[in-house]
Design a protein around this ligand. Structure first.
Ligand code: THU
Length: 142
């Protein structure tokens, strides 16, 4: 594990302490590193209307993008589990918008547990290229 990843895992561990998870009691922290080295953190924020819950990863993405950052190199995700806790499908899709090369570092309270590239976790993605392809077909047809 390199220094950048261990710093990012520590930031995700700290963010996890802010998780609002009274329903699942499953606290998650995330830390997203931008191309210029800025770190945006997130934690899961649950809601009594369960479907409104937002995962830690998406909180970090929304914070970063809303502050003008769109180029990301790594995201660390931390949960208190012995086995890795990978991002859910919705988070993979949301992260994909900003690039498939993103390094995803998973960890628990003590150590790194796994590491993946986003393009391994989300094969055959839907993205702007699908919309573009459709627009081109429509353009040719008229
Ligand atoms: N959760 C995350 O925040 N990130 C993940 O990668 C997996 C799941 C949250 C959502 C919910 O608050 C709780 O964990 C249980 O699913």
């Amino acid at each position: 594990m390199n220094t950048a990843s261990s710093r990012l895992l520590d930031a995700a561990r700290s963010a996890r302490l802010n998780a609002y998870a009274p329903f699942s009691k499953f606290l998650v922290g995330a830390a997203l590193e931008t191309a210029n080295g800025t770190i945006f953190t997130g934690c899961n924020v649950e809601n009594a209307s369960f479907g409104l819950t937002v995962c830690a990863e998406r909180v970090a993405v929304l914070k970063a993008v809303s502050e003008g950052h769109r180029h990301f190199v790594q995201i660390a995700v931390v949960a208190d589990t012995e086995t890795p806790t990978p991002p859910c499908g919705a988070c993979r899709q949301m992260l994909w918008e900003f690039g498939g090369d993103l390094e995803i570092v998973l960890g628990n309270l003590h150590s790194e547990t796994a590491r993946h590239r986003l393009n391994e976790l989300l094969p055959h993605p839907f993205d702007g290229r699908s919309i573009e392809a459709k627009n081109n077909e429509t353009f040719r047809a008229v």
